[in-house]
Design a protein around this ligand. Structure first.
Ligand code: FES
Ligand code: FES
Length: 237
């Protein structure tokens, strides 16, 4: 691909021999540091949300808890605001929000179908924007408003109102079949109706494009979103 860098150090150059790696850090420390660096660099370029409002993390170390511990995997306590309630949780920098929601807090409405940012089934809202929770570091969510599919009855919350309307419409229009994808679909639809209360068919398709349904029940999903949008605007059910 690119031209060879003539200034690159050769494997047996004098300089490379004079600064052996093991004089600066042992193997265990090196592996830990490498893992953290790779994770942070990788997250910097990962698209974390679904649909047409894909958001790329610009500052992957935002909210990273300060630590006086030299262990880069040290746990820190952070407060997460989820569906209007505060939860104190202990997280490592590598813990993803999906794991904290499901495994630590028991909020299993949020699914984890692929666990690698490909299906949208784990979508939650953070400050009203759809994100895939399986690739969203939990510590980054501290100080922000998190909404999951369980958050349909939070008082005075527009997100909750939309989420409730969508869940009712989902039942009426058979939005789900096996329902493995449905929590993520409903959360992406919530984000869509938050930003666009009266979407056209094409806007619905674009807004939901990051959410896969292996049952292929896309017609039912679209009909559910259209019904919810109609009901939220005072239309007849
Ligand atoms: S489980 Fe997160 S995108 Fe599939
Ligand atoms: S309803 Fe089965 S995967 Fe979508």
């Amino acid at each position: 691909m690119g031209e060879k860098d003539s200034t690159a150090k050769q494997p047996h150059s004098e300089e490379s021999e004079s600064t052996p790696l093991d004089s600066k850090m042992n193997r265990r420390t090196f592996l830990k540091a490498s893992t953290i660096s790779a994770g942070v660099i990788g997250l910097g370029g990962i698209a974390l949300s679904t649909g047409n409002s894909t958001t790329v993390v610009q500052n992957p170390t935002e909210n990273l808890p300060a630590t006086s511990n030299s262990d880069p995997f040290a746990s820190q306590t952070v407060t997460l605001n989820i569906n209007g309630k505060s939860y104190e949780v202990s997280v490592e920098p590598r813990d993803m929000l999906n794991n904290v929601l499901r495994d630590d807090l028991g909020l299993i409405g949020t699914k984890r179908p692929c666990n690698r940012g490909e299906c949208g089934g784990c979508t939650v809202l953070i400050d009203g924007v759809a994100y895939m929770s399986c690739t969203y570091p939990a510590y980054r969510a501290a100080g922000h408003s998190i909404t999951t599919v369980e958050g349909y009855n939070v008082p005075s919350s527009t997100e909750s109102q939309i989420l409730n309307a969508l869940q009712l419409a989902w039942v009426q229009e058979d939005g789900g079949q096996c329902s493995g994808c449905q929590p993520g679909q409903i959360m992406s639809a919530t984000a869509l109706l938050l930003s666009n209360p009266n979407p056209t068919l094409d806007e619905i398709k674009a807004g939901m494009s990051g959410n896969l349904c292996r049952c292929g029940n896309y017609d039912g999903i679209i009909a559910s979103i259209q019904l919810a949008a109609q009901n939220l605007q005072g239309g007849s059910a």
